[in-house]
Design a protein around this ligand. Structure first.
Ligand code: ZN
Ligand code: ZN
Length: 260
């Protein structure tokens, strides 16, 4: 090896120790090595200390997500127009769950990150995405249990892991709340993607069951999934948990689709 290249490598090592290695934003890919960390109170929001330092998400991406979710339905968390405080669905008391929050809209760049985590084997993305989810869920604290939405039948065989469980593990660690992987899908349940909104709700009835009988009396549960589309899956899970005695069921996802 040439002397010059040894000097270069040594200089790089020292510079890495002094300035830190450059980190890419998990959402947009921007270099964020010198980014100032957000501290509680920056935006007037009380965040837990563990949620203060985003693991590899740049400030412009955090600002974009905050902007997307700046005015939302108090119950289901769907973006709505001012001065409405509750969306038309929640005015009709459509949901069984007690609240729902998402970190952002299911659109680029968060959509790309979710697809990479879910379908391209990049499980490490559950760390930054789980951090975003936990931050969105922190307004429901205190909760007693973090519960992942189970995979559809067949998905575990094809994919080998449940991305909702990965996210729930991350949220459980950050929020310091025990994880309970208790729900399972009924195998008679048919795949949802091709079904319309109305069909989805009907199709989901009785599609989930607990793995074993247990008493959730008085417990405040936090359901975790990657994406909210209609909210029907979360609501069916909430119905099962309330059937087991859960006092409150809140839901948190990384992103939600906009209604059309
Ligand atoms: Zn970014
Ligand atoms: Zn609503």
């Amino acid at each position: 090896m040439e002397a010059w290249s040894i000097v270069r490598r040594f200089a790089d090592r020292v510079s890495g120790l002094v300035y830190g290695q450059p980190v890419q934003c998990a959402l947009c890919g921007a270099i964020i090595s010198r980014q100032r960390s957000r501290r509680p109170g920056d935006e007037g929001e009380a965040m837990l200390s563990a949620l203060t330092y985003p693991p590899g998400i740049c400030n412009p991406c955090l600002d974009k997500l905050s902007h997307q979710m700046s005015w939302i339905c108090e119950a289901c968390g769907a973006p709505i127009r001012r001065p409405l405080r509750v969306c038309p669905d929640c005015q009709k008391c459509l949901y069984t769950f007690d609240g729902q929050r998402s970190a952002g809209i299911y659109d680029v760049p968060i959509k790309t990150a979710i697809i990479r985590m879910k379908y391209q084997g990049e499980r490490w993305l559950s760390r930054p995405l789980g951090w975003l989810l936990a931050r969105a869920a922190s307004e429901f604290l205190p909760v007693d249990l973090v519960i992942p939405i189970p995979l559809e039948p067949g998905s575990r065989v094809r994919r080998g892991y449940n991305q909702a469980l990965d996210l729930a593990k991350e949220a459980s660690a950050l929020l310091e709340v025990p994880l309970l992987d208790i729900l399972v899908r009924d195998t008679r349940y048919s795949h949802q993607v091709d079904l319309g909104r109305r069909m989805r709700w009907g199709n989901l009835r009785e599609s989930m069951t607990p793995k074993r009988r247990l008493d959730l009396g008085g417990q405040r549960c936090l359901l975790v999934d990657d994406v909210t589309t209609t909210g029907a899956t979360l609501d069916e899970a909430a119905r099962v948990l309330k059937g087991l005695g859960a006092e409150k069921v809140y839901c948190a996802t990384v992103a939600r689709t906009l209604r059309h």
